[in-house]
Design a protein around this ligand. Structure first.
Ligand code: NDP
Ligand code: AKG
Length: 460
């Protein structure tokens, strides 16, 4: 009885600590809901974890981790094809470089703002730590919409963006890469401009084409890694991917390579989507159909609904695919794309596993619904999509060595890294009853390494 009361007192104390910590973060970051959401998701595990470790509190480690080292914002001015002057806002959030140079993608999308980039940069710190590689965390981007722009317009925008960004990055300082709206084309334009401005050929960006220092498998890595994470979770429970029905959202880089790996492993991929809606192919998306989608998205820059004209199936305008019965779900489009009602549908259809390819794709309410169902395996984005940044880390190693590894070598590293991330989640996320909370495990494991480095550096 006394024991129970003592535990209750500790829990109440921790809940108070969490509430007052979050109130402080909210006060310092008004009007930044995405950032607050990401911090809350982490703090709910870290505050209880550090409850009996006074050094973390004394040194204000979590408070310091939620405050970016710096944020650079800048004007990006460029000319469209009609000769009109256009103005956008660019950002780079350098969140934390305790364990390596800032590392994280660049997003070009009209929804980009400081809150979105701060959530992404904060998440990136934990994700990069989980990879085991020496990578700090950052994220950048602009409220530029590449949709409907000509190649020349995108080139001029990228050159203008890099003209300012180049003052703040470097191969040992901050190494950006791609994210939504930034793929091989944009990385090429930005790398070219950096090289022209600094007269230096160095590994300042990752996701480069093979001809100028890219790594094999980097393009595929986020999607493949997400499937490897699902494989690890299933294998841990004596199951496999083969023959399972899968729902994938998105039709960009992460979604298409996630689908490619699923098909290779014998799963049945039923859906893909974009911001216009989703397609449902009951016969399953084959390798050839997927190749057509990649061409549609990367070259013709068309809409996913065109799939139905080419291959049949159904298109559901302005809907997400979570109501399609499936055993495995892979959200690979954007943040908060699974809401509580979507989670209820996945559960009602007996979904067995979710691996998050997109960053923070589930709302807190959706996570709550999912976690109430112990039998659903759920890998958070910082674990499930870490394959992309991991191979970016390997690209940096290859650039330093002035070497390029084979596909097999890079893929082997990627598999090993994802396996190690899975093992860390199990180590720090397993409860007394054997249930694995992959969110808790990823948060604590990611935190530990960064926190230890910060303690070693003293107060700064
Ligand atoms: N690229 C990478 O290596 C990594 C990416 N990620 C994350 O994966 C996710 C996808 O990125 P990536 O594939 O690179 O980006 P892409 O730009 O290649 O593709 C994004 C896809 O998501 C869809 N999408 C974007 N915004 C929305 C929205 N608001 N509603 C519905 N659909 C939307 C796009 O549709 P449409 O074309 O209509 O906009 C497109 O199909 C993001 O969360 C990103 O942060 C995480 C780790 C690494
Ligand atoms: O490869 C990288 O550096 C960044 C990948 C990324 O942006 C992410 O993991 O969200």
């Amino acid at each position: 009885m006394a024991d129970h009361k003592e535990k209750q007192a500790v829990n109440t104390h921790q809940a108070d600590d969490l509430a007052s910590f979050l109130a402080g973060v909210e006060r310092r970051n008004p009007g930044e809901p995405e950032f607050l959401q990401a911090v809350q998701e982490v703090a709910m595990h870290i505050i209880p974890y550090i409850g009996d470790k006074p050094v973390y509190k004394e040194l204000m480690i979590l408070e310091r981790m939620t405050e970016p080292d710096r944020i650079v914002t800048f004007r990006v001015v460029w000319e469209d094809d009609q000769g009109n002057v256009r103005v956008n806002r660019g950002f780079r959030v350098q969140q934390n470089n305790a364990i390596g140079p800032y590392k994280g993608g660049i997003r070009f999308h009209p929804s980009v703002n400081q809150s979105v980039l701060k959530f992404l940069a904060f998440e990136q710190v934990f994700k990069n730590s989980l990879t085991g590689l020496p990578l700090g965390g950052g994220k950048g981007g602009a409220d530029f919409n590449p949709k409907g722009k000509s190649d020349r317009e995108v080139m001029r925008f990228c050159q203008a963006f890099m003209t300012e960004l180049s003052k703040h990055i470097g191969p040992d300082t901050d190494v950006p890469a791609g994210d939504i709206g930034v793929g091989a084309r944009e990385v090429g334009y930005m790398f070219g401009q950096y090289k022209r401005l600094l007269n230096r050929f160095e590994g300042v960006l990752t996701g480069k084409a093979l001809e100028f220092g890219g790594s094999r498998i980097r393009t595929e890595a986020t999607g493949y890694g997400c499937v490897y994470m699902m494989e690890e979770m299933l294998a841990h429970h004596g199951e496999s991917i083969e023959g399972r029905s899968c729902v994938v959202s998105g039709s960009g880089n992460v979604a298409t390579f996630c689908a490619e790996k699923l098909i290779e492993l014998g799963a049945r991929v039923l859906t893909l989507s974009d911001s216009g809606g989703f397609i449902y192919d009951a016969e399953g998306i084959t390798r050839d159909k997927l190749q057509w989608v990649m061409e549609l998205k990367n070259k013709r820059r068309g809409r996913i609904e065109e799939y139905v004209g080419e291959f049949g199936g159904e298109f559901f305008a302005n809907e997400r695919p979570w109501g399609v019965p499936c055993e495995l779900a892979f959200p690979c489009a954007t943040q908060n794309e699974i809401e509580a009602a979507d989670a209820e549908k996945l559960i009602a259809n007996n979904c067995r596993g979710i691996a998050e390819g997109a960053n923070m794709p589930a709302t807190p309410e959706a996570i709550h619904v999912i976690q109430a169902r112990n039998s659903l395996l759920h890998a958070p984005s910082k674990a499930a999509n870490a394959g992309g940044v991991a191979v970016s880390g390997l690209e940096m190693s290859q650039n330093s060595l002035r070497m390029q590894w084979t596909r097999e070598e890079v893929d082997q590293h990627l598999r090993k890294i994802i396996r190690a991330i899975h093992d860390q989640c199990v180590e720090f996320g397993t409860a007394a009853d054997g249930h694995i909370d992959y969110f808790k495990g990823a948060n604590i494991a990611g935190f530990n390494k960064v926190a230890s480095a910060m303690i070693a550096y003293g107060v700064m």
